[in-house]
Write a protein that binds this ligand. Structure first.
Ligand code: FPP
Ligand code: MG
Length: 298
């Protein structure tokens, strides 16, 4: 089923009749296709669901092309990012091509689906702006962090689950709740992996979030548990390129304050709430999506 989604995505780009776009699109790493899997599990592999899955993955790929320009990231999934290999202008325009093609295909789907996805992309962009602005200084506010990750990551996953339910004639509200909690948990696990995994496993530099100015949930929990002088030490490392000793200090404090464990526990709690939302529904394998997402290593 996922191969059909890949073919549809390629065909959508090819339908623009521009060989360079097709060539560049082939260089974009495929990723986990979490959103496509979610849509196909909820809605089944109907032609409309397959199309929706391809559209959402095109839009998601576009958002990462732009995100890598914004974050000045040189790698994505273990390979050179498009901006690093072809420059920012090409990465931005390829992103524009992918998301606007996604939008034009979206007009052929039911109005409620088109609204839900396009509205989520607006939220995604607001979330990315918030992420950029929050990165200017250390953010010690949990509520602000959750608002940002809801918009930046969970909103499109929520809209994907909701839209799939709409296509399949299922209760869209409960699938939206499942998607929202899955999306929040997904971003928290991403934030944990940045600290616990090696660069090789991640396919991008590890311990990069803090250097980029991102105060993610483990840093927030850690900060809350440190004494005054340790808090000052942590703040002094914000946005810095860390040496071996500083890296070891952060990792040790992450563990001794239970910041990593607490973050994983919170992600698990959200995963549990996601499953509770759809407890009365037919089992289409949505629990395995949660389990794989929590247990992943990259
Ligand atoms: C990755 O965050 C970024 C996102 C999930 C969303 C990015 C959204 C935009 C750039 C808005 C524009 C949208 C479109 C459709 C062009 P991250 O930097 O925390 O994750 P990473 O470590 O994987 O880079
Ligand atoms: Mg990024």
């Amino acid at each position: 089923m996922l191969e059909t989604v890949e073919t549809l995505m390629t065909n959508m780009v090819a339908s623009l009749g521009d060989a360079r776009s097709v060539e560049l699109f082939k260089k974009v790493p495929k990723g986990k296709r979490l959103r496509a899997k979610l849509i196909l599990k909820i809605a089944g592999a109907s032609p409309e669901a397959l199309k929706l899955a391809a559209i959402v993955e095109l839009i998601h790929a576009a958002s990462l092309l732009h995100d890598d320009v914004i974050d000045e990231a040189n790698t994505r999934r273990g390979q050179l990012s498009i901006n690093a290999e072809y420059g920012d202008k090409t990465a931005i325009m390829l992103g524009d091509i992918l998301y606007s093609k996604g939008f034009s295909e979206l007009t052929a789907l039911p109005h409620e689906v088109a609204f839900s996805i396009s509205n989520a992309v607006a939220l995604l962009s607001v979330g990315e702006l918030l992420d950029v602005e929050l990165s200017a200084s250390f953010n010690a506010n949990l509520e602000t962090y959750f608002d940002m990750i809801y918009k930046k990551t969970a909103s499109l996953i929520e809209a994907s689950a909701k839209s799939a339910a709409l296509l399949a004639g299922k209760d869209s509200k409960i699938y939206a709740l499942y998607g929202c909690n899955l999306g929040l948990a997904f971003q928290i696990i991403d934030d944990v992996l940045d600290i616990t995994q090696s660069s090789e496993t991640l396919g991008k530099p590890s311990l990069n979030d803090f250097k980029e100015g991102k105060t993610t949930l483990p840093y927030l929990y850690m900060y809350q548990s440190l004494n005054k002088s340790e808090q000052e030490q942590l703040l002094s490392l914000f946005q810095k390129t860390l040496d071996t000793e500083q890296t070891a200090w952060i990792k040790e404090k992450m563990h001794s304050t239970n910041a990593i464990t607490k973050s994983i526990e919170y992600a698990k709690k959200l995963g549990f709430e996601a499953l509770e939302a759809i407890a009365g529904e037919e089992d289409v394998g949505l629990s395995s999506i949660i389990k794989e997402m929590i247990e992943r290593k990259f």
